[in-house]
Design a protein around this ligand. Sequence first.
Ligand code: GAL
Length: 661
Amino acid sequence: MTLTDNTLRLAVCDYPEHVPRDRWAEYARMQKDLGLTYVRVAEFAWSRLEPAEGHYTFDWLDEAVETLHAAGLKVVMCTPTATPPAWLTRAHPEILPYDREGRVREFGSRRHYDFASPVYRERSRRITRAVAVRYGDHPAVVGWQTDNEFACHSTGRSYGGASAAAFPGWLRRRYGTLDALNEAWGNVFWSMDYTDWNQIRPPILTVTETNPSHVLDYFRFASDMIREFQEEQVAILREHSPGRWVTHNFMIFESEFDHYDVSETLDFVSWDNYPTGMLEYFGKWVGEDVKLRYARTGHPDLISFNHDLYRGLKRVRARHDVEAEDAPPAPQPQRGGFWVMEQQCGQVNWAPYNPLPADGAVSLWTAQAWAHGADCVSYFRWRAATMSQEVMHSGLLRHDETPDRGFEEVRRMEREGLTLGAVPARVALVHDYESLWILDEQKQGGPAYWAQTFTYYTALRALGIDVDVVHPDADLGGYALVVAPALTMIPEARVAKLRADAGGRLMVFGPRAAFRTPSGRAHENGQFGDDKDFFGGRSLNFESLRPGLTVRAGGHAVTQWAEGYEPAPGTRTLITYEGGPLAGQAAVMRRGNVVTVGAHSPELLHALLADLAREAGVDVTPLPEGVRLSRRSGHTVVANWNADPVEFEGLTLPGVSWRLV
Ligand code: GAL
């Protein structure tokens, strides 16, 4: 393909404040020469932009921006609110967050603020306005990133201070009366009834398990605080930086807030992709053998799940397509483009083990990002830091400023000219943060929400199927097959919509579906509530299984979680439990287009989803281990994530490589 304006763009995160000024021009020249389009700056620079209250020192950033501009690079400017400076923290210690042990989280790293703090909110608006006024109409500045990685280091929820003070008021607005709250939470249980709003505290430090309904509302509250915090910044950026886009860099499998809500006012979303760190740190459920196999590349499906999630998070016009130098952006058709704002390009420093990526991995990650819908991949970071917490982390340049291992792979990517366009998924996987919160609060020995979701996702990917990850309220009209692995909370209005959706396509629900009411209780009439006719029957029993304790269903081993159903008249039992306490109960049942799966079993799922996809008319290509297909813009990336070469459909793919066909 040829390089046009409509091709994948590359970028880098850089920190001019970390190096002497005399390096800036040379770095900009090298960045341009490498083929980069954008440079992201200033997301942690608050102490150098406002060293004392109200005293702004923009001169250095002015010069840095001018230097990039002169080199022909575009700038992604950030609000620096992830790092409140010492002077602010000491003058206003009430901005600090609290951990789950009720302790203050101190100054000395980053993200030490409480989203609910009125004082911090005011300071965040003030510095955002100052930076926006200064750089909002600079010709080099094409877009903004708010803050940095909301909730990183478990900072999405503060359990004391400002959040504790704001929570009762939030509840009062939600429930109106204490009677309503006590009923919704089931506070008759263990005499937990409240008689005054101010008796209610964050759900920590209780003697034993905290009421899950209390926890659920605390998580909703915390998510709302993040949304409000960002909306304030976005409004200021829109006012002072017309015609520029605004994004935020979300994280791998981040759970602490509802990303659909928080992305609503953004132009498009970004996320930060650290494949080797993700495998060690987030991939708890993949097993030691798998971790070893993919230690130098990361697991393809862990990575692409996040691409597919963030691609579906924000289906809005992609304003970064239309960055004409002076013209305000024109409305664009919906396309769902996203950015990888930070892409690992060497070893990281924060996982338990941090191996060097395999040769070819940086190129493979970049091609995969493109194939799953990314419009820009921005590497983290330009030069390895020579100071402080991240001296063990790599960059495109080593500490000594020589090009590191990823550098030439980036140069080659720049020449690929990968055309932007649609990802043609015909299968949707439904994802919902409220279900995540309540499921994980009482998961027992069953798979956690992400693990259960991932089991379905990876089964589909191993069958060569492209997947859109979507919100439960998304328009499902274009899909042939819809898979909802862990929708444990399905409010009535949503079931009504799903009933309509099921008229035109196959739908699969995983274990614990529709088990909860919106406040986190069980239904008075048992699992599936009033919708047993939709899901196919009623649930009789469920159990969580310790490692080594398995039951069987349809000849497959069921691990971790098994629930059994009694099908309603007119419902077919597809698979029955064999032996054990659930013997004879349905493990999988089907009523019309709806299939409900009660057994957690990767093998069973692989076979079931292959059959259902074929029935739905979706192309199924069972793939060898470590081989993946991803389609975009009329092309297919065939990728080999194995260290060794593979033969696949007449192609010979070297280890850790990809081919466009
Ligand atoms: C990200 C973060 C960056 C940097 C990076 C190191 O989570 O946004 O600032 O710390 O990790 O891998």
